[in-house]
Design a protein around this ligand. Structure first.
Ligand SMILES: [Zn+2]
Length: 471
């Protein structure tokens, strides 16, 4: 039998507005539970919602980025269900007329992913399960934190066009980057700012398979694992002639498996009806215009990165990391040599930042730029540049450090004298070399580099050493 992986996505994105979707409570601030709440987001009877304009603008910007149709008049509905984290007993969302429809997301591979719709809604509160497992099952208490209640969400629904777990993961990575460049969400999966539900089925000889929804994947790595596991599970069931259930499954990161969670609700279960407390949402020309302030582009970043790096895979990796990309761009724009900028930004700094527990936005760009300048002008060696990068990452001024430690004289030290000194101090090594063991040369180069504090150029050191050793 021929099997084919098929998947479509529903992605919830927390928009980076200052206040919540239907009230003025702040979306960020102290994490003390229930410290950012009011009668509206607590769902008290008689309160009235007011639509957050910024959330609308952000969603419009996303729609524009996906070349989508923007419905100039859209509606809000009530989606009714009971759950402790939803005290109103319904969620305000959009149903038959969403803000955005029929878009296209073009992936770096060139694949065009049709976007069925993007609608606005409010987030629910967060349930905290107290107990050994941290999950509902077996927990002694459930605590509710309403800080999240009412945070604006954009729900993005794709057509089921994904053909492999890897393709799904790559799409999510590129969507994350798109949201970050636009400046409308931080889209961190581990913080729940981007939550991805995947509808998976496996076609058998061209016939549609049983559809299952997978939830709770907190990283793109988890998406790859969960979907690969699910594909294998479906294939095994079809091979064995076992009937698969239409259901919602959750991914367990520990075991790497998906587990049955509940029967999937259909839209009839939710008794949708128009939200009587809100008027229709009218998108004016002014709003359309104002939405253009969110205009950063992942694709533009990728194009730049490709020009600098030449290789698609590396360019994609750089463009996916907005902060790293912006440091790279700043250095190149200031005239830095691509070769040195690549070495510093792609190889040295990622390790240094992770070792020091710092992030890209904590780096001082003018300090970095001066290090690249010194390299480009040949005033320092790569070894010195590394030392100066460390100083920058630690928050010190690299120029000051270089001056006070005498590191600015690449090539200016009397190399001949240092080499003579090193040879004199290591007669046994010299003898080994003369007996034909040329491997010891790198030891001698290292000694010279050490004595010159890395200011000498390794090639020059090697040259002088060979010359002196052959005398
Ligand atoms: Zn509120």
């Amino acid at each position: 039998m021929a099997y084919k992986f098929v998947a479509g996505l529903e992605i919830h994105v927390q928009l980076k507005t200052k206040s919540k979707m239907f009230c003025s409570c702040p979306t960020e601030g102290p994490d003390t539970p229930n410290s950012r709440v009011c009668p509206i987001c607590l769902g008290h009877p008689g309160t009235l919602p007011v639509i957050n304009k910024e959330a609308v603008l952000m969603t419009l910007a996303l729609g524009k980025a996906m070349n989508a149709r923007i419905n100039r008049v859209s509606k809000f509905h009530r989606k009714n269900y009971f759950y402790p984290d939803l005290p109103k007993g319904y969620q305000i969302t959009q149903y038959d007329v969403p803000l955005i429809e029929d878009g296209v997301f073009v992936m770096i591979t060139g694949k065009k992913v049709p976007i069925r719709r993007i609608h606005l809604e409010e987030d629910a509160a967060k349930s905290v399960h107290i107990g050994s497992s941290g999950r509902l099952t077996g927990s002694q208490q459930i605590l509710l934190d309403f800080n999240r209640s009412g945070i604006p969400l954009a729900e993005i629904v794709t057509e089921p066009v994904f053909e492999s777990p890897e393709e799904v993961a790559m799409f999510v990575e590129e969507l994350q980057a798109t949201l970050r460049y636009l400046g409308i969400s931080d889209a961190m999966m581990e913080n729940g700012q981007l939550r991805c539900d995947v509808n998976v089925s496996v076609e058998v000889d061209g016939k549609e398979g049983t559809r299952v929804e997978i939830k709770n994947m907190n990283s793109t790595k988890a998406i790859r694992q969960a979907l690969s596991f699910e594909y294998e599970r479906h294939v095994r069931a079809y091979e064995a002639g076992v009937q698969l259930q239409v259901e919602t499954r959750t991914f367990d990161e520990q075991s790497g498996e998906t587990k049955a969670m509940r029967r999937k609700e259909t839209s009839e279960d939710y008794r949708y009806f128009p939200e009587p407390d809100l008027l229709e949402l009218h998108v004016t020309d002014e709003l359309m215009e104002e939405a253009n302030k969110y205009n950063g582009s992942f694709h533009e970043a990728y194009k730049d990165a490709l020009t600098w790096l030449g290789r698609e895979k590396e360019a994609r990796a750089l463009a996916l990391n907005k902060e790293q990309f912006s440091v790279f761009k700043a250095l190149v724009t200031k005239g830095g040599d691509i070769k040195y900028v690549s070495r510093a930004v792609l190889i040295e700094l990622p390790n240094m930042l992770s070792e020091e527990g710092k992030s890209w936005d904590q780096l001082n760009e003018s300090h970095l730029s001066s290090i690249i300048d010194l390299l480009t002008q040949g005033k320092i060696t790569m070894a010195v540049a590394r030392e100066l990068l460390w100083q920058t990452v630690r928050g010190n001024d690299p120029l000051e450090y270089a001056r006070s430690h005498g590191l600015l004289n690449a090539g200016a030290t009397d190399l001949e004298a240092v080499v003579a000194d090193v040879l004199a101090k290591n007669p046994d090594v010299v003898e080994k070399y003369k007996k034909g063991n040329t491997n010891v040369l790198s030891f001698l180069v290292g000694q010279v580099m050490k004595q010159t504090k890395g200011t000498a150029k390794p090639d020059a050191v090697r040259e002088v050493l060979i010359k002196r050793l052959s005398e």
